[in-house]
Design a protein around this ligand. Sequence first.
Ligand SMILES: Cc1cc2nc3c(=O)[nH]c(=O)nc-3n(C[C@H](O)[C@H](O)[C@H](O)COP(=O)(O)O)c2cc1C
Length: 484
Amino acid sequence: MLILHGVGEHSGRYAALGCALAAGGIMVRAFDQRGHGRSDGPRGHVSTWGHYLLDAREQLEGLLTQAPELPVFVYGHSIGALIALGLAMRSDREDVRFEGRPRGVAGWIISGAGIEPTGIARPHLVATAKLLSRIAPRVSLDLGIDAEALSHDDAVIAAYRDDPLIGRRATVRWGTEALAAIRAIKAGASGIEDPLLVLHGSADTLARPRGSRWLAAETAGEVRLEVYDGARHEPHNDPEYADVASDILSWIQHVVKTMRRSPDRYRPIPLSTYRRYSEEEMVERASAFRDDMRRRRTVRHFSAEAVPEAVIDACVEAAATAPNGANMQPWHFVVVRDPAVKSRIRAAAEKEEIDFYEHRAPPEWLDALARLGTDEHKAFLEQAPVLIVIFGESYGLSEDGSKIKNYYVTESVGIATGILITGLHRSGLATLTHTPSPMGFLNEILDRPKNERPFLMLVVGYPEEGSLIPDITKKPLDEISTAI
Ligand SMILES: Cc1cc2nc3c(=O)[nH]c(=O)nc-3n(C[C@H](O)[C@H](O)[C@H](O)COP(=O)(O)O)c2cc1C
């Protein structure tokens, strides 16, 4: 969120609000506007209002580039609210190069908006400012802000009075520009379509709450108006109104949820890949596929003959078409051909397997394996021309290193592996599904990051001449399936 402060003050006065928002998970950026706080520029002066918009826009662009995947919100208070509204409107003043509103802002929080100001709008000040703005634009006038008008909190009032960074004056040009900005908002607020949260203290004597009520009624998009009963100009700096931060957080949550469900995030395309067959053809295809799959058998003795790379690549590409949770595609396939790497894998796997067969395996498991003729010797890990190690990505990683949630990783990777085995079989290659336990050593040998976990390893190649396989059968349909 980008915070835009009001006239005469500075970003440091938003520390409490910023901390409360940060505790709610919001990344907050605030800066001192030109002529304010620690920023450069003549105090309380702006030669044209558009400069504020450009500065704010530059900060916003920084945020949008820093966190492109996060929704960005702008919070503007008082005069900062006028700047925020200026940005939110489609176009702005023509006297500075300003190319419309920034794209990518999810919503605007407009607090204590100075749409109906009391101070700068006093008739004699307006008249003086108008007169002097052209001839002596930097003549400054007292803003006349009474610290007591800000908050009920004595500490806030005292801090404001003692704050050396507070500016108490603004130039006449600043005044005429602010008034012009208000006129522009009155003429253009109906064009604002983004979500707005409008906050105002009902006892605000610096900016009348009726300005915010007007705004809430005027804009075209979704608006939530919160008028804090009895609050002065800065509800966010008033412990009596501790709800401000939580109101902002819950509104942000609401906007983000609505945004995620919004129809423009879902842009469907026609289903052009589907093929319809006659029923006869369907039966024929299904039966042929079944018969072909019935020929697949796990092989444990492989020829050293190389296999075509293009076949492996096509089968991995086929595996990657698998249906998967929220299309996060939480998998990575490492194709190992290097004999040295295969030897390291064999050595590490056999170490685990010896431990498994000699110590860890319960008798029933050894009994079940006895029929398959497997033991701790894994010569196939070196003999076979290709090992494909399939990793499941427990979570994704964004560019800034933050975690991205993946869904149904095991199910998704399992389906992809099934397609891979099917593809390899149908291409004329034999496979062995191998799961040394535990498999953590594969991350180290294959240099995979820790958000990836080895799922299983496929040993791939041509079966060795005269290969023998266990004499096992598959359960018939009526044992494995029920029709309801
Ligand atoms: C998840 C999984 C892990 C397996 N692990 C091994 C293994 O470590 N060693 C092995 O020789 N076979 C392993 N197999 C192969 C099975 O023993 C084999 O698929 C099963 O006995 C049926 O034989 P078939 O594939 O010829 O139909 C594994 C199979 C699966 C699905």
